[in-house]
Design a protein around this ligand. Structure first.
Ligand code: ACM
Length: 777
């Protein structure tokens, strides 16, 4: 559809708006970069000039509008250095100003708003404060389409907008790793700028209790620290333990709740029960099933067996906690967790078994249901509603419960078919601890790739639901569980830009979502995230190089980006790649010694960083662990090393259930030298009896060997390279050995021998060079 055809149309469907306003294929047209894409948009003529003289007008006495106008002014100041004055009354004749007005809009949702942008002025109209705020956010977005300071031209447009879902959320795990208040504010700012409205705050888990509870001070004095596993937990100079710790004071929580509320965001706190409870039980073991739980939190990930005792005393404790929580958080919903409560401790307890009999519930699931219903009663008694992970369906759903569906969308389907509300938060698609591309440059996380497009394409209207049941879907959220997000920057990079795709999925009508349109808006989004000061992952846009030895001493360089967006441009003469540089179409043949400099361009805009790939024969003969194939599909991680304590650490691609890698297609027509960089990681994973399933191959030498097998891991062993000192201590080590000629091309399976999974030996990289030539240089 052409721009003029769009203009002729009074009201556009969102799909048309989204497609025509931001299509990479219509570069000459103005791009309406609003994200999430609005429900309806009608382009106008010309632009509105936002300048240092622009003022924002509100009606006299409209306090809420005045507050929103002040927020818009502050946001514009942060982004562009312009601080429009907020004035009560009406603009003077001929003054091109921004006005906030109360008035009717097409939708009765509280977030609904209209924006009219014309050269003569901007009018934001909404009946409710939430709508005024989102109208202001839309105006801000159109003023922030690049990271430049100073005046901006806003495209003329009429927007009539309201959200698809009421729950547009993000779950932040502050238990596994703890974030600063400033980081959380920055995330809240970025959420608000994309019309997200729920921060589900996972404050409590086995590894840490992060919320000050006045009545139970040991929850934070004892429950908020742990010693990280392995070398990360010891000062290498003194050998003393290093504590990882942190919690939020009630004053900080009140500050964040208010900060969020001012931006239209409700913080929903989560207090886990009856499992994921090690941290509170370290502090107060009397409410647990075992008299002797660990005396301190552990540095392990996974699912611990420690459960609360289902007793009146425990409910005295939990209700006291919930009371302080409800005093702090005014949210309608209180989250009680309920997930992954391994029932072994309840099964093994004669007292609990007698309680199951006495209560007349069927089994431990029935008891969990009873437990959750007791919590619900207390929450309901304070006029709040309970929400929990989908395990709260097991043994019978509490009468008024809302279900958060994480094991796929089945929990939501079950809840909706029982007439209960549900929020969609399925693993893997909405789990931000998954990698965004196959590149070794991605932050550590779970190996399975969930790309920006995967998140964008998530179907929030599952076919398994009838139309009536769909009304029970409150919305969706992304979850950032932070086991592998040790720093705030990593949390942000794993979360963004994917959370922006969740925002569009939650706001824009289903018919209006369009990946090409969303992708075309990414350069503006990148500028906005930069302006907001939130870190975001650019790796999936960037060209990744695969280097292979080629004929005549040359090296073949293949370039591809994870998301496949735009065009890849490159140089080999040392100059920075520009839009005018050579267009990449097929693998390049490059002489060793040169550097391939490459960048992705989307339309005229660069997308991601310049990537430099120095070309050498050794680089072509080397693969890092992410470029090898992982044999299994157990606990597949891009796992950070535990050393050094400070400074950069290696990141290994590994299946901890079967540490084994395959070099596909090794040319063994002549004998080769194999050189491997190896590391060792602590096995800090609570996986119960599954630990016994990890294959161990008996070592023949004291430190074990790197074994090489031909054509599959059950194939003939053609080398066993003793590890020696390289396997000792937390630092990376290098080992090398000879691989005999086998005639032709073969796959090589690489495994370690070891007496134990503690520590687990891992590959960092492998080189295959001509026999006698080491891969180390
Ligand atoms: C969860 O991922 N255990 C909710």
């Amino acid at each position: 559809m052409t721009f003029s055809a769009l203009k002729a149309s009074a009201i556009l469907s969102a799909s048309v708006a989204a497609l025509a306003f931001a299509s990479a294929t219509h570069a000459a047209q103005p791009v309406l970069t609003l994200t999430p894409a609005p429900a309806q948009a009608t382009p106008g003529q010309g632009t509105f000039a936002l300048t240092a003289r622009t003022r924002i007008f509100v009606a006299k006495g409209d306090v809420e509008a005045r507050v929103v106008a002040g927020q818009l002014s502050d946001m514009l100041f942060k982004a562009r250095g312009l601080k429009p004055a907020v004035v009560e009354g009406a603009p003077s004749a001929g003054e091109a100003a921004i006005a906030l007005a109360r008035g009717a809009v097409s939708s009765d949702k509280i977030e609904a708003y209209k924006v009219e942008i014309a050269p003569t002025g901007v009018v934001i109209t909404a009946p409710k404060r939430a709508g005024l705020f989102y109208g202001a956010v839309s105006v801000w977005q159109l003023a922030v389409q690049d990271a430049a300071k100073g005046p901006a031209q806003l495209p003329a447009v009429g927007i009539d907008d309201a959200p698809r879902f009421a729950w547009r959320g993000f779950m932040l795990d502050s238990a596994r790793h703890f974030q600063s208040v400033e980081t959380i504010k920055s995330i809240l700012d970025t959420m608000a700028a994309h019309k997200l409205n729920v921060l589900h705050w996972h404050l409590v888990d086995d590894q840490g209790w992060r919320l000050e509870i006045r009545k139970y001070p040991k929850l934070t004095s004892e429950g908020s620290w742990r010693v990280p596993a392995g070398a990360a937990g010891r000062d290498p100079k003194t050998g003393k333990p290093i504590r990882y710790q942190g919690f939020y004071t009630q004053d900080q929580v009140r500050e964040l709740v208010a900060y969020a509320a001012a931006r239209g965001i409700t913080i929903v706190p989560e207090i886990e029960m009856p499992g994921h409870a090690l941290a509170p039980l370290v502090a107060y073991p009397q409410y647990g099933m075992t008299k002797a739980p660990p005396r301190a939190n552990m540095g392990d990930w996974g699912v611990f067996p420690y459960l609360y005792k289902p007793s009146d005393e425990t409910f005295g404790f939990l209700n006291d906690i919930l009371d302080e929580v409800m005093d702090l958080f005014p949210s309608e919903y209180i989250h009680v967790g309920g997930d992954e409560a391994v029932k072994d401790q309840w099964k093994a307890s004669p007292e609990v078994q007698a309680q199951i009999q006495a209560l007349g519930v069927k089994d431990e699931h029935g008891l969990q249901s009873w437990f959750i219903q007791r919590a619900e009663k207390h929450i309901n008694s304070r006029g709040r509603r309970m929400i929990g992970w989908d395990e709260i369906l097991e043994g019978g759903l509490a009468p008024n419960a809302t279900v958060m569906s994480w094991r796929g969308v089945e929990g939501a389907v079950a809840a909706a078919s029982q007439g209960h509300d549900a929020v969609l938060a399925p693993d893997s698609t909405l789990y931000m601890d998954r990698r965004q591309s196959a590149s070794a440059d991605e932050p550590p996380g779970r190996i399975k790739i969930v790309s920006l497009k995967d998140v964008y394409d998530f179907d929030a209207a599952p076919a398994a639901l009838t139309q009536a049941q769909r009304a029970h879907i409150l919305g969706l959220q992304a979850n950032s569980f932070t086991e592998h997000m040790r720093t705030d920057e990593r949390l942000e990079k794993m979360t963004f830009p994917r959370l922006i795709a969740v925002a569009e999925n939650g706001w824009t009508p289903e018919a209006g979502r369009d990946w090409d349109s969303f992708a075309a808006r990414l350069p503006a989004e990148i500028a906005r995230m930069d302006v907001l000061g939130v870190a975001h992952d650019t790796v999936p846009y960037e060209p990744q190089a695969t280097l292979r030895p080629a004929d005549g001493g040359q090296v073949s360089v293949a370039l591809a980006s994870g998301l496949g967006l735009g065009e890849i441009r490159y140089t080999t003469d040392g100059k920075a790649p520009t839009k005018a540089s050579s267009l990449y179409a097929a693998p390049l043949s490059v002489a060793p010694g040169k550097t391939v400099r490459t960048r992705t361009f989307l339309g005229d805009e660069p997308l991601g960083r310049v990537r430099d790939y120095p070309v050498s024969l050794l680089a072509a003969q080397t693969r890092n662990s992410h470029q090898l194939e992982i044999c299994g599909n157990g606990i597949n991680l891009s796992l950070e090393d535990d050393a050094p304590v400070s400074g950069p650490r290696a990141v290994f691609a590994v299946d901890l259930m079967n540490p084994c890698w395959v070099w596909k297609g090794a040319d063994l027509s002549t004998a080769l030298t194999l050189t491997a960089r190896i590391g060792q990681v602590p096995f800090n994973f609570q996986i119960g009896a599954d630990r016994e399933k990890i294959p161990l191959r008996a070592p023949a030498t004291p430190d074990g060997e790197l074994e090489v097998r031909l054509d599959g891991c059950a194939g003939e062993r053609i080398a066993a390279i003793p590890l020696g000192a390289a396997a000792r201590g937390p630092a990376l080590g290098t080992v090398g050995g000879r691989i005999p000629a086998e005639g032709g091309v073969h796959d090589l399976c690489l495994t370690f021998t070891a007496k134990s999974v503690e520590p687990t030996l891992v590959l960092d990289s492998v080189s295959l060079t001509a026999a006698g030539k080491s891969g180390e240089n």
